[in-house]
Ligand binder design. Structure first.
Ligand code: IMP
Ligand code: MG
Length: 198
């Protein structure tokens, strides 16, 4: 399947068109989200955890997950930015927006779209553990496990995938493709880089 939308990169060039293959369908996503929600219901049955969405990539996953979870819970957001902003991680992470809920003594579940090297999540985890939550768990829709550069406990994984670059269901390439209801893999090698005035 191909998509003719242009994706512009932070450097001002455009990748056009970026061919894509559907990797995980909308149906598969919905089914898996319901399974993860059932696990969270069971594991946090007598608690009121805070579901912490990491902006922006997790917004659709979190929206679906929190409506499938039936135990009482709170929803909050954090925003972090990886230095660089391209298709790979450069190592540095910066906090753009902090929580508004105090998680000290509370249970919290960090909700992420994808874990790649794990460096972003390791940073978030350290930051949140320093606030002494009662319990801190990690949920990620996608796990590029083979690319991990640091040890991370991850309690909830939607799908383990390979190392290719994926978009859709919240995940972007340079802010494009977040709205796709499925996860697609972009063929970046086949994408032609052309200059743009953006
Ligand atoms: P990590 O710190 O290397 O684990 O990178 C995690 C972040 O990189 C994610 O939160 C995403 O923002 C981004 N990322 C990694 N792989 C992909 C991908 O395949 N598509 C879209 N974003 C990705
Ligand atoms: Mg992200």
């Amino acid at each position: 399947m191909t998509n003719n939308a242009q994706a512009s990169t932070p450097s001002g060039s455009a990748i056009h068109p970026a061919p894509m293959n559907v990797l995980i369908t909308a149906d598969q996503l919905q089914k898996r989200v319901i399974e993860l929600a059932a696990q969270i219901d069971a594991d946090f049955a007598n608690e009121t955890p805070v579901l912490i969405g990491l902006l922006k990539g997790s917004f659709i996953f979190l929206a679906d997950l929190c409506r499938a979870v039936t135990i009482p819970h709170l929803v909050d957001f954090m925003a972090i930015a990886a230095y660089g902003g391209g298709t790979s991680h450069s190592g540095g992470v910066r906090l753009l927006k902090d929580l508004s809920v105090n998680i000290t003594g509370r249970s919290a579940i960090v909700i992420e779209d994808i874990i790649d090297s794990g460096l972003t999540m390791a940073y978030i985890r350290r930051l949140l553990l320093a606030r002494q939550p009662r319990r801190l768990a990690i949920a990620t829709l996608l796990d590029k496990k083979s690319r991990r550069e640091t040890d991370l406990p991850i309690e909830y994984v939607g799908f383990e995938i390979g190392g290719g670059f994926v978009v859709g269901y919240g995940l972007d390439l340079a802010e494009r493709y977040r709205h796709l209801p499925y996860i697609a893999e972009l063929d970046l090698t086949a994408a032609e880089e052309i200059p743009t005035s953006e």
